[in-house]
Design a protein around this ligand. Structure first.
Ligand SMILES: Nc1ncnc2c1ncn2[C@@H]1O[C@H](COP(=O)(O)O)[C@@H](OP(=O)(O)O)[C@H]1O
Ligand SMILES: [Mg+2]
Ligand SMILES: [Mg+2]
Ligand SMILES: [Mg+2]
Length: 334
């Protein structure tokens, strides 16, 4: 079946952005700015958001985009050198795909296309999910999703540092996961013209045999509570720790059964771009996603998952058992 226009645009966007991320990482240790919440943002985050928004604007000029980053810091004269590095990264990646050279104004304009709030149909973009992983040389993902009436209907996760094949058969490094509602989920390599292969979640129904994945960063998920949930389920394997929505991808392709993202403090609102693409991929592969209270993720409240707390994603068969264990371990919803 030919890919839909929306999925093809998201795949192309993911490839362009992944090329920029790789170019930045291979050149030198990427420099980072601190955002107002003290989290890092690099030259590659900005370049990747520019390229994703450029690709989406070509295919769907009227679609709003909700992106994590904005160009304000690059427009302030203080960051002229940083801004010119972003421009260089966009053009370096662009040359690999025969794109016309861009100006700094083009790049800032593309980045700021990501300033929408949402709507009935919109895209959400995390140009680098797992920036801390990117800086450490760990996992990171370019995450792109189309949301229609609150439902992620298209999702792409481009993971430049994830082996194309899971498990022992590591294969090439770099994997692109893609899904469109009703058409299933696939993985392919990051190279142009690579062939997609269908992926499915693991059929494992014995909680004790499950493999759990979680964030590397203890500030992003409660590792202690996750260990208690795993113990209740009888899980003996150590958790697999990896940055970014590569966790959704691993569960989607059967490399793990459970992804736990447990609140570290009351009041943190998960960002839609940290989840929408992962939800599309995992659900099309046969998995399930809810928050820690079993509620579906509600993508109708702008940039945050205001109505949810934490996230639990599973292969499907284990979902109810994990929710039960989580309810026994976590304090009730306030
Ligand atoms: N207190 C917190 N709880 C949960 N997620 C958080 C958080 N603070 C930051 N994050 C999010 O965690 C994401 C990374 O997740 P992970 O730990 O799975 O790699 C970050 O995405 P970015 O790296 O795109 O900023 C950021 O949005
Ligand atoms: Mg960030
Ligand atoms: Mg993110
Ligand atoms: Mg990000």
């Amino acid at each position: 079946m030919p890919e839909s226009v929306a999925l093809a645009a998201a795949v192309q966007a993911g490839r362009w952005a992944a090329a920029a991320c790789r170019a930045v990482r291979s050149a030198a240790d990427p420099s980072a700015l601190d955002k107002s919440d003290k989290s890092p943002v690099t030259v590659a985050d900005f370049a990747a958001q520019a390229l994703v928004c450029r690709a989406l604007a070509e295919a769907f000029p009227n679609d709003p985009v909700v992106g994590e980053e904005d160009a304000a810091a690059l427009r302030s004269g203080e960051q002229a050198k940083f801004a010119s590095q972003v421009l260089d990264a966009v053009n370096l990646a662009g040359r690999q795909f025969d794109l016309p050279a861009a100006t700094l104004d083009d790049v800032l304009g593309w980045i700021d296309r990501g300033g929408a709030e949402g709507g009935g149909r919109f895209w959400t973009v995390d140009p680098i999910d797992g920036t801390k992983g990117f800086l450490r040389g760990g996992q990171y993902a370019v995450a792109i999703a189309l949301i229609e009436n609150g439902v992620p209907t298209v999702g792409v996760l481009a993971c430049p540092n994830l082996p194309r094949n899971g498990g022992d058969d590591a294969g090439d490094t770099g994997a692109l996961f893609a899904a469109r509602r009703g058409d299933g989920a696939t993985v392919r390599s990051l190279g142009t013209n690579s062939t997609p292969t269908a992926i499915f979640t693991s059929p494992q129904a014995d909680p004790a045999a499950a493999r759990v994945c979680e964030s590397v960063e203890s500030g992003h998920t409660a590792h202690g509570a996750a260990a208690e949930i795993a113990a209740r389920l009888g899980v003996s394997a150590e958790p697999l720790r990896l940055d970014s929505q590569a966790k959704y991808a691993e569960v989607a392709r059967g490399g793990a059964e459970i992804y736990l993202r447990l609140p570290t403090r009351p009041g943190y609102v998960e960002r839609i771009w940290d989840h929408a693409a992962g939800v599309a991929v995992i659900e099309e592969a046969g998995g399930r996603v809810t928050d820690v209270d079993g509620r579906p993720l509600d993508f109708t409240h702008g940039r945050g998952l205001e109505r949810n707390r934490g996230v639990i994603a599973t292969n499907g068969p284990l979902h109810d058992a994990v929710l039960e264990a989580a309810a026994a371990v976590l304090a009730p919803r306030p």
